[in-house]
Ligand binder design. Structure first.
Ligand code: 13P
Length: 250
């Protein structure tokens, strides 16, 4: 079965409001294609102007985080309804930077994933091993644990619509991209894990991205792998290069 590729930019903590709108205007013609799903995940304060700026284009807007409660006394947090009401369709959950700096755990990831589905926001669920874990040979075990906890209580119907991003921590922002074989091996292991948790149909439908120093040069080979359904792109999503990544097969 063929899955439509999904290529998402993760802007992280970059782009002021005026810079954001300028970047969208610059990238819009470069990423105009129906061949792949294109998502811009942007800082919360940029969401409303970016949603406005992408109107009429093929670009969907995502958030970089979300809280798992509906509303209330959670100073500084953003609720799922705030996102959907602003036109957000996707949300990155459990990025390794949130796990490292903001105390995100597998348990909070699971709560956020469930909440996102409840609000019909597509979660982009991140997993990935550290360099030490890779060197210790525990990568696959680690990733399987992250996936199993993230998908607790998630139904097969919901899981089919989810996006998983495999992002080896040692490859993020380092310019050190995983080899095609390393990326494919883990993405396949993730798909096998989904098949065990659910069934073959779910595993064949769910989309799995690779992230970590994806560039216009590395994208074509990575995205040609049987279990890699696109990418989650950091640094290169802030540049015209993102257009080349989206059009990796042309
Ligand atoms: P880089 O593409 O800058 O390595 O970032 C990857 C990433 O963390 C995307 O979420």
């Amino acid at each position: 079965m063929s899955r439509k590729k999904i290529i998402a930019g993760n802007w992280k903590m970059n782009m002021t409001l005026s810079e954001a709108v300028k970047l969208v205007e610059e990238l819009k013609p470069l990423v105009a294609t129906e061949d792949v799903d294109v998502v811009f995940c942007v800082p919360a304060i940029d969401i409303i102007p970016v949603v406005e700026a992408v109107k009429g284009s093929n670009i969907a807007v995502g958030a970089e985080n979300m809280y798992f409660e509906e509303k209330g006394a959670y100073t500084g947090e953003i609720s799922p309804a705030m996102l959907t009401d602003s036109g957000v369709k996707y949300v990155i959950i459990g990025h390794s930077e949130r796990r490292e700096y903001f105390a995100e755990t597998d348990e909070t990831v699971n709560k956020k994933v469930l909440k996102a589905f409840e609000h019909k926001i597509t979660p982009i669920i991140c997993c990935g091993e550290s360099l030490t874990q890779r060197e210790q040979g525990i990568t696959i075990d680690w990733i399987r644990q992250q996936i199993k906890i993230a998908f607790l209580q998630v139904s097969a119907e919901q899981a089919k619509t989810a996006v998983i991003a495999y992002e080896p921590i040692w490859a993020i922002g380092t310019g050190k991209v995983a080899t095609t074989e390393q990326a494919q091996e883990v993405c396949k292991a993730i798909r096998d894990c989904i098949a065990e948790l659910y069934d073959e149909a779910t595993a064949e439908t769910i989309r799995i991205q690779y992230g970590g120093s994806v560039s216009a040069d590395s994208a074509p080979e990575l995205f040609a792998q049987p279990d890699i359904d696109g990418g989650l792109v950091g640094g290169a999503s802030l540049k015209p290069d993102f257009g080349k990544i989206v059009n990796y097969n042309k």
